[in-house]
Design a protein around this ligand. Sequence first.
Ligand SMILES: *Cc1c(COP(=O)(O)O)cnc(C)c1O
Length: 396
Amino acid sequence: MTITALMPVYPRSGVRPVRGEGCYLYGEDGTQYLDFAAGIAVNALGHGHPHLVKAIADQAATLMHVSNLYGSPQGEALAQRIVDNSFADTVFFTNSGAEAVECAIKTARRYHFANGSPERHKLITFKNAFHGRTLGAISATDQPKMRDGFEPLLPGFDYVAFNDLEGALAKIDGETAGFLVETVQGEGGLMAGTPEFIQGLRKACDEHGLLLVLDEVQCGYGRTGTFFAHEQYGVTPDIMAVAKGIGGGFPLGACLATEEAAKGMVFGTHGSTYGGNPLAMAAGQAVLDVMLEPGFLDGVKAKGERLRSGLEQMIPNHDHLFEEIRGKGLMLGIKLKADAREFVAHLRDHHQLLTVAAGGNVVRVLPPLVIDEKHIAEAVEKISAGARTFVPAAND
Ligand SMILES: *Cc1c(COP(=O)(O)O)cnc(C)c1O
């Protein structure tokens, strides 16, 4: 037998973390890493945040899981808190981002069904999008590396270039349900939607009775310096998927919707065994206790600006390697003139800095939202040192 016990779908690096503390991870061999990957934008409060740890420990000892067949004081309280701080009127809790996207797709289809137009089932989605790995979510992206070999996929998606408003509008037909779009693309290469694009999609939805479905699984929950990224565009969605930072490391996601958009989601139309269980709700509350504290999100924005300017300042010194800095808040990308995976490995193996590669040779810089000046300076120093010592592999 040559297959590993852990299904070998990930090309795992040599880093084998066994402990985390604040913004640092410690490997099996004791090596300390500055963690500017944060579990891919998940560990918003860093590692071992005392408030989150205590909330989870206390809840685990009190009541971990019950069925959604019973009343949920914990779920009602967290949903209400999210409703109070967002565009949404209602929330469905999931265990992951892909499930939140699935719920968003189902909610959009069901809306038109409830309106007596079941033929309006198609979502217009965007090139290089990432919505997760379920069959529905891979159907919503045009990326062959995620789709190949899994056909037949779910019908009902059209693909248009990201930030191409004209192209998106041209795809609207009598079967269109709406648009599914990341406000800021993560995996695809840290491209922020332009204001004209995001606002134009909203306007088209209003004009044609379509739904704007945002995937803020990565860019939501404080990552870009506002609670949700769309707040910076002056528009609100009808439906939105969130996850990643929402549980600070506890598996949790959510599908948010307006009352109108959720009108088809009646008794029996959707469900989840674990979704929104008391343990997950305790984690979700603890994250919000920290994130909604006055000044926290402004702090993310300010730290994002400082990190960005630190990164921008080193471009002229390493312009053989760095092209530009992209993104918003603490969701930043360094566009390279070399292979991003190689540079991420170099930073990891030679400078003990963890980052994540994204599409289009972009290095994703996604620190915990609780970093301070010291971590920013340390990361900029490591990236600058990494750029000096990096020798790209000859690819001929
Ligand atoms: C990570 C991600 C997902 C999928 O989340 P999972 O928890 O891995 O299922 C969906 N959309 C976006 C934008 C993401 O970044």
